[in-house]
Ligand binder design. Sequence first.
Ligand SMILES: NC(=O)c1ccc[n+]([C@@H]2O[C@H](COP(=O)([O-])OP(=O)(O)OC[C@H]3O[C@@H](n4cnc5c(N)ncnc54)[C@H](O)[C@@H]3O)[C@@H](O)[C@H]2O)c1
Length: 301
Amino acid sequence: MTVLITGGGGFLGAWIIRRLAARGIDLRVFDRRDDRGIVRAIAGGVADRLDWRTGDVASLADVSAAADGCDFAIHLAALLTPACAENPILGAQVNLIGTLNVFEAAKARGMRGIAYASSAGVFGPDDGAIPHPTTHYGAFKLACEGSGRAYWQDAGLSSVGFRPAIVYGPGRETGLTAGPSLACREAVAGRPYTIGYSGRADMIYVDDVAAAFEAAATRPFEGAHAFSLVGEVADVAAIVDGIRANVPGAAVDWSGPPLPLHPVIAPSPIEAVLGALPHTPLADGLARTIGFYRRGVTGEG
Ligand SMILES: NC(=O)c1ccc[n+]([C@@H]2O[C@H](COP(=O)([O-])OP(=O)(O)OC[C@H]3O[C@@H](n4cnc5c(N)ncnc54)[C@H](O)[C@@H]3O)[C@@H](O)[C@H]2O)c1
């Protein structure tokens, strides 16, 4: 089996590569750049042996060429919330058209299915159960879920979209919600850091999200699903306390508005479709993240 991973050069991609490579699955990475730094840091030497194609996910020709010979697609390539806010047209080209391109390429090649990154950003600030996005990013992600259902209805192409809120852990360095992970890194380095939001949010450890993608790629499922991935709700003050529990005296604080997504995300019946999945407690996830930056080496455990 060969799995295509769009956006595989990013944070989440690195953790998914680590899991799938450990199972001996052939991987093809598609990303706009050939920068293997995060993948090397998280997955180790496998980074240099990957079949890596560069291209733009907004181009059907690029995606189609990369998809040849693949049996399943994991679709991660996207612009995050700040980039979509800055340039909504480009955001739609990458996040919306890009997703349709992956579905088209998968349909044309008779792939078994697609697992794609949606987001808890589909919910907006007022409700964690009924989607009502207030960002371009969330609006594009919600539209992708609808198209996933249309590809199942029209073409019998199975898909599952995952909606995490804040994904944290080693290697998370960009996007609106990178603050907690960057605070771990900076605390270890002995530098001050201010997390740029306030209030509560759902925090899920990156390897738990990677495990959901691994399950979708390796366990049979049918239909078009969109599942919220729920971790642990935490106030940013509790995150700072959690970091200081590992790094006493760390000069970490926070400042800024609440995030534009509801803190409490309603759980979805994901395990009924994909089976049991890991749930890393926040305290363990923060300790692992800090441990990774302390070691400053590859192969986080
Ligand atoms: N990190 C989170 O907290 C979080 C939360 C919810 C959903 N998500 C979703 O998970 C996915 C992965 O997020 P991440 O945190 O790994 O982000 P990331 O920015 O680290 O990775 C995204 C990757 O996509 C690539 N990419 C961007 N535009 C591209 C294009 N036009 N063509 C080809 N490749 C392109 C980038 O080069 C990058 O390697 C995204 O779809 C994101 O929306 C992330």
